[in-house]
Ligand binder design. Structure first.
Ligand code: ADP
Length: 310
């Protein structure tokens, strides 16, 4: 090392350990030429045993946390699969009751079957979201990135959430500011999933007769999609937790159906597609959720060849 320091111009810095009578001791040494005369060097050594012990304990704590997180994701994934089979049977038998012409149901029974369906669908939705989350966390999630026209996806999503908005007298608007024919690089199904989640939150957490406004903006090769509501907003002190799985803010009415998985999944999906998702919110005033995806101008065929499947 001394020779290397003499031959090179930069100081040599390295770590090494010694087996001492008191156990392993770690040191960091620095060897540098004095005045570049290539004859004398200065050597300084310091004991870094404590720092090494701390580093090692941090590394093992991190590995342990990662192992636990993976075990949790795998558990969620296998439990969700286990739930799906009996749930399908429950829904299937409810359907049989409904369509059985030989023993038709009375009004009360029909209503009960409807409730079984409603609860079943809710549970199925929850299971699918947990499965998505577990798949994302274990890196087993597939997205197929292709150019996707923004306007049809946005319109289809608005049409799907409109009945929910109508029930609360909420008007939904879409402004394209010249981006009507633009395409983004995205997985169409997952993009729609994200839009549906943000739109349905904007409606769920809005006051009756409110407004939900969506708009698109182009900047530096990106398309930013914004969804603004005039609803409950999110308390400032809870905004840092909003992407934690299963977190729901304290200001919402807990009778509103929800699981706290939609937003974490939405953010992971947008990041898997190479974009960003964020929000600004003011309690009592409303929220602005937005995401950005790489822009592709419609019909740019040569770029179509590069689309990636993860
Ligand atoms: P869910 O709506 O199923 O509870 P999400 O993960 O989609 O789960 O959202 C997490 C939490 O973030 C919600 O429970 C709610 O407290 C808050 N939130 C999300 N979107 C909005 C919004 N537009 N306005 C107010 N609060 C919101």
């Amino acid at each position: 090392m001394i020779n290397r320091a003499i031959q090179g111009k930069e100081p040599e810095v390295f770590e090494y350990f010694l087996n001492t009578s008191k156990g392993v001791r770690w040191y960091q040494a620095r060897i540098a030429l004095i005045d570049n005369d290539r004859h004398s060097v200065s050597i300084s050594v310091r004991n870094i045993t404590d720092r090494k012990a701390l580093e090692n304990s941090l590394i093992s704590a991190k590995m342990e946390a990662e192992r636990a997180s993976l075990a949790k994701s795998e558990f969620l994934s296998s439990m969700s699969h286990e739930f799906k089979t009996p749930l399908n049977a429950i829904m299937g038998f409810a359907q049989l009751l409904e369509i059985d012409t030989e023993a038709s149901l009375n009004e009360f029974q029909k209503q009960s079957v409807k409730e079984i369906y409603k609860a079943g669908n809710h549970l199925l939705d929850l299971i699918n979201k947990v499965l998505d989350l577990a798949k994302i966390e274990t890196g087993k999630f597939d997205v197929v990135i292709k150019p996707v026209e923004i306007k049809p996806v946005l319109e289809a999503s608005i049409n799907l959430v409109k009945p929910l908005a109508d029930l609360k007298g909420i008007a939904i608007t879409a402004a394209y500011s010249g981006c009507e024919n633009y395409c983004v690089a995205a997985d169409q199904i997952r993009l729609k999933q994200v839009l549906l989640n943000i739109f349905s939150n904007a409606i769920k957490y809005s006051f009756d007769n409110g407004m939900v406004e969506s708009s698109c903006q182009e900047f530096d090769g990106w398309l930013r999609l914004s969804i603004i509501d005039s609803g409950l907003g999110i308390p400032l002190e809870e905004q840092g937790k909003i992407f934690d799985p299963f977190f729901r803010a304290s200001n919402i009415n807990h009778l509103i159906e929800g699981t706290g998985i939609g937003l974490p999944v939405a953010r992971e999906l947008i990041e898997l597609m190479g974009g960003n998702l964020g929000f600004d919110s003011q309690e009592g005033k409303g929220s602005h959720f937005w995401f950005e995806l790489p822009l592709v101008h419609a019909g740019s065929a040569e770029r179509m060849t590069k689309w990636i499947t993860y």
